[in-house]
Design a protein around this ligand. Sequence first.
Ligand code: AVJ
Length: 327
Amino acid sequence: RIRIESLVNANQTPANEPATGYDIIEGLANTYQPKTLSPKYFYDDQGSLLFEKICELPEYYPTRTETAILRDFASEIATLTGPTELVELGSGSSTKTRILLDAYQSLGYPLRYLPIDISGGILETSAYQLLEDYPSLQVHGIVATYEQALATLEPAPLPSRMICFLGSTLGNLTPSECDRFFSQITAALLPGEYFLLGVDLHKPTDILEAAYNDSQGVTAAFNLNMLSHLNHRFDGDFDINNFEHWAFYNLEEHQIEMHLRSLCQQTVRLQSLNLTVNFSAQETVRTEISRKFELENMQNYLNQQGLQPVKTWTDSNNWFGLILAKC
Ligand code: AVJ
């Protein structure tokens, strides 16, 4: 009932994209300021565990809020879509997915789940746990980037497919990355199939900034862990004591930005990328944007991308939205 394949390999070049690590070389060059690193590098096994801890923090409202929306409306979602294969991008611990699986199971539908995550450890652990808890579940996991996984998806064996992209991870993508992402989504869906999107919404700056600057320092540890990950993966010598966490809400762009600030002038070497990088004191590297959306804009945007919104749900504060759209 289970198959897990991995498309991630630090030293192999997938046919359709530049070698892993190429984006690091680009992002750490001095061509653009600030320097940038892709948020996908947060998620080694340690980073995925730290993210799970973030989801439990009192200040980090998104997970809790989206979970509540799913609890209220999962059975409505299942009724609207009918039996369907669940494909999940960034499945992580698959905790929220269980709410959907329960709803499909209650309707007596066959359960087929295709989790996609860049972090092999957490994908495997959660997939085997799901198998135990759902005796009729079939799982096909893919350890890969979204681009890699979407490019290899074959048509769903069930009558339908629903690609789930929860947690507002869409907010990590720039507008142009979003456009490319959606052309891959619509290519992976047949007309009539579904896309379920969770998006974090505009809200007061103090609430947003608290969520990314928690009092226990878990988000700071999560941000700094990216450097440890790069050290292991690319034979690097980042000294994490020489960097500090910085997160703020950029009101013009409606995005949280997470950066790592260099505390001194320093030179870092990533041996297996043959890359040497200089940082001046106080210079920052942006490790993540987390865009905050408006529901109406997102519905219009989805429409332009070839996905027709079917129904939208939100919480009583309007802090988080869930949109079901049809290809
Ligand atoms: C998983 C990308 C949605 O942007 O809120 C949490 C990651 N970063 N705290 C987010 C994150 C800092 C999270 N996403």
